[in-house]
Design a protein around this ligand. Structure first.
Ligand code: AMP
Ligand code: MG
Length: 710
């Protein structure tokens, strides 16, 4: 959906231009735009109004400021009328039909006659239209409801909800809208023809053109209009204020509210914009609370007034409780399972080693047959080697040649190391005594058959594949690889550095960083590309992310500013759970759900985006992937810097170890300094409390590797 910048509201009139000016019941058009004064214009007749609207459309097109035009008469008729009149269900066919037949001049028009003509062909001259405001009788148009019969429903679906709305069949009498519709639709149709492909009609067409016609009903904001008129006294013209305030309400509505109100399915009859959302419309008109600057604080991370900050540890523990692993599991070959998370406990299928074997190259015998001092044992023929078992019993008082890894033959329970012996090929000499089990590995000394090898949730690393293989686990049941989608947002962002960038544009630095981070954490990265600061574009990409991924990492737009569409969307539609974390760098962090996918709205600054990803996204993704909650391993090292830190929030500094093992920090803490991220090998974590650091003060240094950043 297009993002509308201007809102022009029209109060239409089906009556003739009779003066005086300005008079009640003529036409008013008010146009509002955020941060501009609203203009209201009196239009003494429909011809002028049509020209004014055309001028406003031309201005919107040339200023590239999408314009929503609200008009206060029904765009459609009750069910069945369009087909009966034109043969098509399409409402716009009624618009065309009327435009081709209604003749309208400021002082005179043929609306009564056209209504009579319709009555004649569709309702035997008794309906659906009624009400004759003229002195003379009109053929087939009942003057009153006497004798009236309507072959169609009296009301559209929306009108059954709109308290006090009159039907479009009634052509005269106080507040009748029938004449407005008959005279108004041809005007709108002519404007559509004048600006082909520039205007969409709501809710029949997708709002993807620079101008939209939307049906409004100012009675929805009567409370505000009445209050305004009362405050102005007798000089107030209600029609004027109806359109002014309606225009102002739409201009003030958050885009997401506006889009929600426009998200209506009524393909045949149309709908009244804002019906059911009266409170939101009225709320948009409430004056903004008085503004006074906060007391000056020499700290841009000072917590804004009225904002609840969450300490890092609180946010982490909330996060930890809120997350459950994605459920899908699969079975795969152990050899291919590095980086995957076990979905089930794994037990040893066989002991390791399965049988006792020799830990060294040497000679084996029964320990109890060997005493203290010099020993000389006859060697029996043959040998035991790895993979070549000696398959007869070694008699007491004899020795057998044995190599590392060889299964210990029957009759042997100790091995003497080759280097401690002398041999002539028939005998072996060495010093006793020897202990039972010397230089042998006991069966099952590593793991007994049936023992727990790994619990579910264990993330398999290279050595784990060795152990699983050693105990005979050729297949493992693992979690499906977590799918992590990455989206960048911001009007200033150019997707890739091989594309041209104007001076006001910057290349997307976060996306390649976050995609690669996800991959090095063992997840399946999904590139959602880049979206400008536009709620619809972001919505579309979040929708795609939710369809294709388990988690979405966004960067940018996560704060509370005008252009922070990500947090606005998540707040409105994504059940935002927590945000504003007392953390530097990176306080804006949005955590939410979008159609079942977890969303981490990371800050736009690459430094803050990385820190938030490492501190929050990493443990959270670990849990979603089916693993345990992990904390990065840090080390206490002396500081090689001085710093005084205020209380109230945690800080992470880009750091690396100097030659003598002290933590140096990057010269600038500016969160736009991406080079500092590359300069560093890790982060120094400073506690929430106040702290004064001078060279030698112990600080917690967390290497990048502890965050899984390789
Ligand atoms: P935001 O969080 O959208 O207010 O952005 C904060 C800062 O980060 C702004 O200076 C943005 O230009 C910058 N920024 C946002 N996204 C990116 C990105 N993908 N790559 C580089 N810088 C970015
Ligand atoms: Mg931005």
């Amino acid at each position: 959906m297009i993002h509308f910048a201007r809102f022009a509201m029209v109060d239409w009139s089906g009556g003739n231009d009779t003066g005086p000016n300005p008079r009640k019941d003529a036409i008013w058009i008010a146009e509002a735009e955020a941060r501009h004064p609203t203009q209201a214009q009196y239009q003494r007749n429909r011809l002028l109004a049509e020209e004014t609207l055309a001028t406003r459309i031309e201005a919107a097109l040339s200023d590239r400021a999408p314009l929503l035009i609200g008009v206060d008469f029904p765009f459609g008729y009750p069910k069945g009328f369009a087909r009966a009149l034109t043969g098509a269900d399409d409402v716009l066919s009624v618009w065309r039909w009327l435009a081709d037949r209604i003749e309208d001049t400021p002082k005179q028009n043929n609306r009564w006659e056209v209504a009579g003509m319709i009555n004649r062909s569709l309702g035997g001259g008794r309906g659906p239209f009624w009400g004759n405001g003229t002195k003379s009788d009109i053929p087939d148009l009942p003057r009153t409801k006497q004798g009236y019969a309507n072959p169609f429903p009296d009301r559209r679906a929306c009108e059954t909800q709109a308290k006090g709305a009159l039907t479009c069949w009634q052509l005269s009498g106080a507040g009748a809208v029938g004449s407005q519709t008959l005279t108004g639709l041809p005007v709108l149709e002519r404007l559509r023809r004048r600006f082909p492909n520039k205007i969409s009609v709501w809710p029949f067409e997708a709002l993807d053109r620079p101008v939209a016609f939307v049906e409004i009903w100012p009675s929805l904001i009567n409370a505000a209009v009445n209050a305004k008129c009362e405050s102005l006294g007798s000089k107030a013209i209600k029609d004027e204020w109806q359109v002014r305030l309606m225009a102002e309400a739409l201009a003030a509505l958050p885009a997401s509210d506006l889009h929600r109100m426009l998200d209506v399915h009524a393909p045949e009859e149309g709908w009244i914009f804002g019906l059911g959302h009266e409170a939101a419309l009225l709320a948009a008109l409430k004056p903004a609370p008085a503004l006074s600057p906060p007391p000056l604080r020499n700290d841009c991370f000072a917590m804004p007034q009225g904002v609840d900050w969450v300490l890092v540890d609180d946010a982490l523990s909330r996060l930890r409780l809120a997350l459950v692993p994605v459920p899908d599991v699969e079975s795969m070959r152990t050899a291919e399972a590095a980086g995957r998370v076990l979905a089930e406990d794994v037990h040893a299928r066989r002991s390791n080693p399965p049988r006792a074997n020799s830990a060294v190259d040497g000679y084996g015998f029964a320990a109890q047959t060997v005493g203290a001092g010099e020993q000389l044992l006859p060697l029996i023929a043959g040998r035991a080697a790895a993979g070549q078992p000696f398959d007869s019993v070694v008699p007491g008082g004899h020795a057998v040649r044995i190599l590392t890894g060889a299964m210990i033959p029957d009759g042997v329970d100790a091995v003497v190391l080759e280097e401690d012996t002398a041999t002539d090929g028939g005998r072996v000499a060495f010093h006793g005594p020897m202990k039972t089990g010397a230089n042998t590995r006991r069966a099952g000394e590593d793991l007994e058959a049936g023992a727990l090898v790994f619990g579910a949730g264990h993330r398999l690393r290279a050595p784990d594949l060795a152990l699983l293989s050693a105990v005979g686990q050729g297949q493992v049941v693992v979690r499906r690889r977590l799918r992590v989608a990455v989206l960048s947002t911001g009007d200033e962002i150019v997707p890739a550095p091989d594309m041209p960038a104007k001076p006001h544009q910057i290349w997307d630095a976060n996306r390649p960083m976050l995609l690669s981070l996800a991959e090095s954490w063992g997840y399946h990265p999904i590139d959602l590309g880049h979206a400008p600061d536009d709620a619809d574009e972001i919505t579309a990409r979040l929708d795609r992310g939710a369809a294709e991924a388990d988690v979405i990492l966004t960067s940018g737009g996560a704060s509370m500013g005008d252009e922070d569409h990500v947090s606005a969307l998540l707040r409105d539609r994504g059940s935002l759970t927590s945000w504003r974390i007392a953390l530097k760098p990176g306080r804006p962090l949005a955590l939410a759900l979008w159609r079942g996918a977890s969303v981490f709205g990371l800050p736009g600054n690459p430094v803050a985006a990385l820190v938030c990803a490492l501190v929050f996204a990493r443990p959270a993704l670990g849990v979603l992937a089916g693993g345990p909650w992990t904390q990065p391993q840090g080390f206490s090292v002396p500081a090689a810097f001085s710093k005084r830190k205020k209380p109230g929030r945690r800080e992470y500094l880009r750091a690396r170890l100097s030659g003598d093992g002290a933590a140096e920090v990057f010269a600038s803490e500016g969160s736009g300094r991406i080079s500092g991220l590359s300069w560093a090998d890790g982060l120094v974590e400073l506690p929430d409390r106040e702290i004064e650091i001078s060279p030698g003060t112990p600080v917690r240094y967390i290497p990048y590797a502890s965050f899984g950043l390789t």
